[in-house]
Structure formats: structure tokens, C-alpha cells
Design a protein. Structure first.
Length: 472
């Protein structure tokens, strides 16, 4: 009997040991399949576990906005209008967070990995800081998606034909706009590889002032009509820009590591350059005349010129790489093409996320175009400003939305004060703009004496339209 009991105990111990080995193999196989740390992966082998992963949590609020907004749009009346704004918030927030995740925070190589050189990574290699190459890839993927759509409906009653360009000058304008449009997006994507979403958004909130200054400079050259100079509005814009600068300086000064601060400075510089390229787009519209194209026409005509424009920059321009990239590749500077080659060799799943950004970009632009053109300009301006403000607040308030730890006192107090005053200033500016448009519309009706006649001045909407065209 004692022998039988010993044999039974030995057998039970072997079964337990075998179960542990199988469990370890299953966990190891899951991590090997995704080539990433489970806490930072976007999709998991286990969907329930994936829903709680660190990488997925920032997307909860945007996805909820998309779901709630779509549901509300099924109800007629004011509820549907509010639903469009909620859907707009969900789509815009999703694209901002997704691009920040792909460019800066997704884990490409997890900490603890031994490199070919024998060095073991102390920290995760994150993101894929290749903004120009990624933007070119998005343009190509969007063009492929458009071709699939175009060919699938060509022999049906829903056939779609792009707007015909009637002159060489129109073709020239479209090509120029396509290049500047791509530069705006590429610089913005570049900056997301080096700075947080909150810093990016608060800098982008300064677009009204840069647009106002560029339009007034063009007016001096008699290339664009003067915008009215209202002291209160100019003061509010200036206060908002000053607060954005204070926020950015406090965020950089609060960084503990000097190399991180220098990378943030590069990201801030590129974000400001993106802001200026947005104003350049407006300037070209004033000089060349704006050709009205919808989202499908934009992809059809601008994708290829934009890609050709960005390719030399992506192939040959060297730039400093952030984080653990110098340790992994043994180089302080790399081109976007070299970064993509390295990512392909290290983790092909990251390349999948980059490719998906092109599809998401195309879908986002369709949603945005549909919403913007069914709402009033005032509602669209309000929605765009609210989306930026809400996302900045969420990234500061909610720990799971924060990629990196926020700086401690006194910097965090300066950051909060600057954000609150910035949002109040630009919200007040937007309110004054809405009031001015309403008064102008009322004056036009009274002067015309005809209720059926109204005029629409789009000059004040250029700020928001340029920001919305930036998309991703």
C-alpha cells in the first residue's frame, strides 16, 4: 500500500509539473506570436485580457464616442445633430490617439530582448518615428482603397466619377495643394514621434492666429482680402498662443532626462512647422484660387503627387532618433526608409499597424467630410475646438491616457493653468466668431430685402477647415 501511495504521489507531481510546462509554453507562444509585451499590444490573443491591456485603454473613450454617436444619429431631430458631433469627437480622438500610439508608444521590441550585438534592452523600443514615410504610405493605401471603391461601383447605378479638371492651371493647383497638404500631415506625424498628444494639440490650437497673420500678409500684397482686425479677438488669440508656449516650456522643463528634452524640442519645432504649412495652404488658396474637391477627388488627384513629393525626404533625409533606437541600431541619426527597414526586420506586426493607419485615415476623412458638410460652419468650428480641448483634458486627467508620467510640482500647476486659460481664450474667440457670422448673415438679409438670398463667407472658416483637412 505504501508503494502504491508513493507511485500515486509521484504521478501527481509529474502531472502538475507537466501542466506548468504547458502553461509556460502557451504564454511564451503567445508573446512570440505578437513579438510584443502583452501590456502594450493593441490586440491580444485573449480578447477579454486584451480589452484591459495598457495599449487598448486609451482607445476606450474614442470607440465609445463612435458607438454612441452612431446610435444617436439614428434618432431624428436635435438628437441626430448632437450624435454627429459625438461621432466627430470619437473619430478625431481615435485618429489622434492611434497615430500617437503608432508613432511613439506601441512596443516594437520589448525590454529584456537580447540584440544581435549581445546587448540586452533595458527599456522597450517603442513606436516607429518615420513620419514622412508613414504619410507617403497612407497616401498610397488611400489611393488603393479608392481604386477598389471606384472599380466596385463602376458598373453599377452608383458609379462615381471624380470631378473633371478643365485646365492646366487647375491641374497645377491640385498638384501644389497636394504637396503642401502632404507636408502638413507629414510634419504633424513626425512631431507625434517625439511629443505627447497633449503638447501636439495645444500647439495646433494656435492655428487661428497663424492663419490670421498669413492672410493679413497676403492682403498687404493685394493677394487676399483683409480680415477685420478686432482688438478683443486678437488679444484672445495672443493669450491662447502665449499659454500654449508656457504649457510646452513647462512640459519640456519637467522632463528628468536631457535627451528626452532635446527630442521634445525637435518634436515641438516640427509641430510648429506643420502649423505654418497649414497657413501656407491657405496662402496658396488665396493666390491660386481654391479648387473645391471632396474626399474622393482629393485622394484620386493628390495621393500620387503627394507620395512623389515625400519620397525623397523619406529616403535620404537623416534625423535624430528617440528613445532606445540609437542603442538598437547603433546610430544616432536615421532616415525614415532605414527606420522602416529596421522595423520590418524586428517586428512585422508594427508594419501592420502602420498599414492600417492608411485605411483608418481614408475612413476618417470620409466621416469628417460627411459630418462637416451636413453641419453649420459654427457647429463645425465648435466641434473641432471642443474635440481638441476635451482630448487635452482627458490626457491630463486620466492615468490610462498618459503615456509618460506627468512632471511634478511646480511644473504640473503651470501646465494646468496654461491649459485652462488657453481653452478659455480660444473658446471665447470662437464664440465671438460665431456671433460675428450671425450678425453678418442678418445684415445681408436686411440689405437684400429678399429672404431667399443669402451669402456665405468662408474666409472665417479656413482655420477649422485647414485643421480638419490635416486629418491624421
Amino acid at each position: 500500500q505504501a508503494r502504491w501511495l508513493n507511485a500515486e504521489a509521484s504521478s501527481s507531481a509529474r502531472v502538475t509539473h507537466l501542466r506548468r510546462i504547458l502553461a509556460w509554453m502557451a504564454d511564451h507562444a503567445q508573446m512570440a506570436h505578437f513579438h510584443t509585451h502583452p501590456d502594450h499590444s493593441f490586440m491580444m490573443w485573449n480578447p477579454i485580457e486584451g480589452a484591459m491591456s495598457t495599449g487598448f485603454r486609451p482607445f476606450v473613450i474614442p470607440l465609445a464616442g463612435l458607438l454612441v454617436g452612431t446610435t444617436m444619429m439614428q434618432v431624428k431631430g436635435n438628437v441626430a445633430t448632437v450624435g454627429k458631433l459625438v461621432l466627430y469627437f470619437g473619430a478625431q480622438s481615435f485618429m489622434n490617439i492611434y497615430m500617437g500610439w503608432v508613432m511613439r508608444t506601441s512596443v516594437t521590441v520589448p525590454a529584456g530582448t537580447q540584440l544581435e550585438s549581445g546587448v540586452i534592452l533595458d527599456k522597450d523600443l517603442t513606436g516607429c518615428p518615420a513620419g514622412f514615410a508613414l504619410t507617403a504610405m497612407q497616401q498610397v493605401i488611400s489611393f488603393i482603397v479608392f481604386l477598389i471603391f471606384f472599380s466596385s461601383v463602376y458598373f453599377t447605378p452608383y458609379r462615381y466619377m471624380p470631378k473633371k479638371l478643365n485646365s492646366t492651371f487647375e491641374i497645377f493647383c491640385v498638384v501644389i495643394f497636394g504637396c503642401v497638404f502632404a507636408l502638413n500631415i507629414a510634419l504633424n506625424n513626425f512631431s507625434l514621434g517625439y511629443i505627447s498628444i497633449a503638447v501636439n494639440l495645444i500647439i495646433r490650437s494656435c492655428l487661428p492666429l497663424s492663419t490670421f497673420v498669413s492672410s493679413q500678409c497676403l492682403a498687404l500684397c493685394k493677394l487676399y482680402p483683409f480680415k477685420p482686425c478686432r482688438p478683443v479677438e486678437i488679444t484672445l488669440m495672443a493669450v491662447g498662443v502665449i499659454c500654449a508656449g508656457v504649457f510646452t516650456m513647462a512640459r519640456i522643463a519637467g522632463e528628468e532626462k536631457k535627451d528626452a528634452s532635446s527630442n521634445m524640442l525637435l518634436g515641438v519645432f516640427m509641430c510648429i512647422a506643420s502649423l505654418l504649412s497649414g497657413s501656407l495652404n491657405l496662402a496658396l488658396a488665396g493666390v491660386l484660387g481654391e479648387t473645391k474637391l471632396n474626399v474622393y477627388d482629393t485622394v484620386a488627384y493628390m495621393a500620387i503627387p503627394a507620395t512623389l513629393f515625400l519620397m525623397p525626404i523619406a529616403l535620404f533625409v537623416q534625423k535624430p532618433v528617440p528613445g532606445e533606437w540609437p542603442k538598437v541600431f547603433g546610430r544616432e541619426t536615421m532616415s525614415d526608409w532605414e527606420i522602416l527597414q529596421g522595423v520590418w526586420a524586428l517586428n512585422k506586426q508594427t508594419m501592420l499597424w502602420l498599414g492600417l493607419s492608411g485605411l483608418f485615415s481614408f475612413l476618417y476623412n470620409i466621416i469628417q467630410f460627411s459630418i462637416v458638410h451636413t453641419l453649420s460652419p459654427s457647429a463645425t468650428a465648435f466641434g473641432g475646438n471642443f474635440n481638441k480641448a476635451a482630448l487635452i483634458f482627458l490626457t491630463l486627467l486620466l492615468p490610462f491616457m498618459q503615456v509618460h508620467k506627468l512632471p511634478g510640482p511646480p511644473y504640473i500647476y503651470i501646465i494646468w493653468g496654461a491649459v485652462i486659460v488657453n481653452i478659455i481664450a480660444f473658446s471665447a474667440y470662437s464664440y465671438l466668431q460665431i456671433q460675428a457670422r450671425s450678425q453678418e448673415a442678418g445684415s445681408t438679409k436686411l440689405l437684400s430685402g429678399d429672404e431667399s438670398f443669402t451669402t456665405t463667407d468662408d474666409s472665417d472658416d479656413d482655420d477649422d477647415s485647414e485643421e480638419s483637412r490635416g486629418g491624421c
